[in-house]
Design a binder for this molecule. Structure first.
Ligand SMILES: N[C@@H](CCC(=O)N[C@@H](CS)C(=O)NCC(=O)O)C(=O)O
Length: 203
């Protein structure tokens, strides 16, 4: 039997979370290696591209969360077979990556510098991406991003929307998404209520 090990931070979010949910939805056992930030600092220099998540398949390491989303998503039936719907799914997932790259620039900042950078992000990139995700959702029919059903794109976007709304990003108003794009709030609630997602969190 193929052995899977996913290494990612020890919280229910970020780039690793959709992959964990998809493994569970696929009924595939995997080693869920959850590391602290200190443990990551210690392993970073030896990690390819100095980043997590890292997925080991029979001991062979793979990086890039969206590649993993497609790989595990296919096994879970959460990745579209239709080429156009797969493109829509990918577009939403890659847009999350672009948003994260903008936000990550502010990590490590403090005080006034952090406040100014985050306020600039709120008025700029974060607003742009929230509106863009609402647009992609509308294109998909309003309920899902692609294929008119749950896909990896829904898991990835909903994970990030939850993180934007939980107040953990200093200087990013927790009600920003609610004000700009109520459809994304409804979408996040819809995804949380999906049987595979409910099953994962009640495991
Ligand atoms: N393109 C990569 C980006 C991975 C990435 O940047 N991961 C973050 C954690 S979510 C990280 O490891 N950052 C390295 C650091 O903070 O030094 C992917 O999608 O997996």
């Amino acid at each position: 039997m193929t052995k899977y090990k996913l290494t990612y931070f020890d919280f229910d979010g970020g780039r690793g979370e959709p992959i964990r949910i998809a493994f569970h939805a696929a009924g595939i056992e995997f080693e869920d290696e959850r590391i602290s930030f200190e443990e990551f600092a210690a392993m970073r220099d030896n990690a390819r591209f100095r980043c997590v998540p890292v997925l080991e398949i029979d001991g062979v390491a793979v990086t890039q969360s969206n590649a993993m989303n497609r790989y595990v998503g296919r096994m879970a039936g959460l990745y579209p077979e239709d080429n156009l719907q797969a493109l829509y799914c990918d577009e939403a997932m890659e847009a999350v990556e672009d948003l994260l790259h903008q936000v990550v620039h502010t990590f490590g900042m403090e005080g006034d510098e952090l406040k100014a950078a985050r306020e600039q992000l709120v008025d700029g990139w974060i607003t742009t991406f929230i509106k863009g995700f609402a647009d992609l959702l509308a294109r998909g029919g309003g309920e899902y991003f692609a294929d008119k059903r749950l896909t990896m794109a829904d898991l990835k976007v909903a994970t990030q929307i939850r993180s934007l709304r939980n107040g953990t990003l200093d200087h990013v108003p927790a009600d920003l998404v609610d004000r700009l794009a109520p459809s994304l709030v409804e979408h996040a609630a819809r995804i949380e209520a999906e049987p595979q997602v409910v099953a994962y969190y009640s495991r």
